[in-house]
Design a protein around this ligand. Structure first.
Ligand code: PLP
Length: 425
């Protein structure tokens, strides 16, 4: 079928329809933090890729736990412990449904993606990787999906291979095919790049790796907040999520793993709650997920993650996603029109992230001036130094959007960057 060009009116009408479907002002009321002023200006929060804000129902759920239910889980026969346990396990079931895992026991509660990946490195990687083996990551990974694998490679005498990307920040899948071989033990790739915004074809990557029987770990830190995640459809073997990037408190997160893999893995951290029996001669371990949740977990935070999932289920996520896409396109177009702005990350498929450099101005100076205008962005290497090396920049300024940001906020960003230009001209 031949696609017909849309007229300006049609495009305008389509945008108006998206705006109508997504009542951003209504949604903003759910996030109390957004109502404040910073340096005398309304807060413009564009640092969502670092940590997203928390809706009222998450705050209230955490407070309710602390006020009425606070107690240790699993071991108690008393009323409070049972309530806390049921809320904690309830959150696990919500997480299961959110990512469409087959079973709740496939969802391990972790503090975030960093802990999730280190769990897989220690409990799976150290068991299966041997001298001469290879682990594949991509050039755009966050350090938390590079450093653990480097540590493992050093320990085992294995080799880290890297899928390169082009100058738009898109992975070169042919190069990936060329890297895959019988020595490959694991492929570790991000769903969405925090430094570039690129949405990677993780389903396709997984299918290609599986042809050779190689398991795939997906870093979902930036995927879960913006995209619908279905781990059964992706068919990935591990998927890691950070709660604080998807509107939940810090210290919450999920590592999904296929049950048969988790069952074969050694425990990562030893201690209480993860055992079946202990003698001085030998200990035996609990079944999954408990085997991987030693000690007292972040009960309040994980219950908060459950509430954040309730919140996400209560909104029209497809409309939110369309709205975010439109906002990102609008902000990108407006920002790009400023002389000296170079957008870093121009992939066809992107989510949330607008990273840029401005002539010779250091991104930290951009960030500082924007802060004076009440605008929160992030400046630095974003824990993705290889991305900076690829684009030959020491750092970038990064605005990252959520569904509660507005076009007026994108305009404030553009106006503030224009101010930076004036200050440095
Ligand atoms: C793509 C990506 N992976 C991993 C992480 C690490 O997440 P956390 O700090 O929650 O462990 C981040 C955090 O910015 C990220 O953006």
């Amino acid at each position: 079928m031949i696609a017909t060009e849309k007229t300006t009116e049609e495009n305008g009408a389509a945008q108006a329809a998206v705006a109508a479907a997504w009542d951003v002002e209504r949604v903003r009321e759910d996030f109390p933090v957004l109502g404040q002023t910073v340096n005398g200006k309304p807060l413009v929060y564009l640092d969502n890729a670092a940590s997203a804000q928390v809706p009222r129902i998450v705050i209230e759920r955490g407070a309710k736990y602390l006020r009425e239910e606070h107690s240790n889980i699993h071991r108690g026969v008393h009323y409070l412990s049972q309530r806390a346990t049921s809320a904690y396990e309830g959150a696990r079931e919500k997480a299961r449904r959110f990512i469409n895992a087959r079973e709740a026991r496939e969802c391990i509660f972790v503090r975030g993606v960093t802990e999730g990946i280190n769990l897989v490195m220690n409990a799976y990687g150290r068991k299966v990787v041997r001298e001469g083996d290879e682990i594949i990551v991509s050039e755009m990974e966050h350090h938390s999906n590079i450093v653990p694998w480097q540590m493992l490679c050093e320990e085992k005498g294995a080799r880290l291979r890297v899928i390169p990307m082009n100058d738009d920040g898109e992975l070169l899948l042919d190069e990936f095919d060329a890297l895959l071989n019988e020595r490959t033990k694991l492929v570790c790739v991000g769903h969405v790049s925090n430094a570039l915004g690129t949405v990677n074809p993780v389903k396709e990557i997984t299918a290609r790796a599986h042809k050779l029987g190689v398991p795939v770990l997906v870093d979902g830190a930036q995927g879960a907040p913006h995209l619908k995640v279905d781990v059964q459809d992706l068919d990935c073997d591990f998927y890691a999520v950070s709660g604080h990037k998807m509107f939940a408190p810090t210290g919450s997160g999920v590592l999904y793993g296929k049950a048969h893999l988790l069952e074969e893995m050694n425990p990562f951290i030893g201690g209480g709650s993860m055992i079946r029996t202990v003698t001085f001669e030998r200990s035996t371990y609990a079944a999954i997920p408990d085997k991987f949740e030693a000690g007292t977990p972040a009960i309040a935070s994980q219950i908060g993650l459950g509430a954040a999932i309730d919140y996400l289920n209560s909104i029209d996520r497809a409309a939110a996603q369309r709205y975010e896409q439109e906002l990102l396109a609008y902000a990108t177009e407006r920002l790009s029109s400023i002389e000296g702005v170079r957008v870093i990350g121009t992939a066809r498929e992107k989510a949330s992230v607008l990273a840029f450099v401005l002539g010779d101005v250091h991104p930290h100076d951009v960030g500082t001036i924007l802060d004076q205008e009440g605008i929160a962005i992030r400046a630095g290497h974003h824990c993705a130094q290889p991305v900076m090396q690829h684009f030959r920049v020491p750092a970038t300024a990064r605005a990252s959007f959520a569904f509660y940001n507005t076009k007026a906020e994108a305009d404030s960003l553009v106006a503030a960057v224009q101010k930076v230009v004036e200050v440095f001209s």
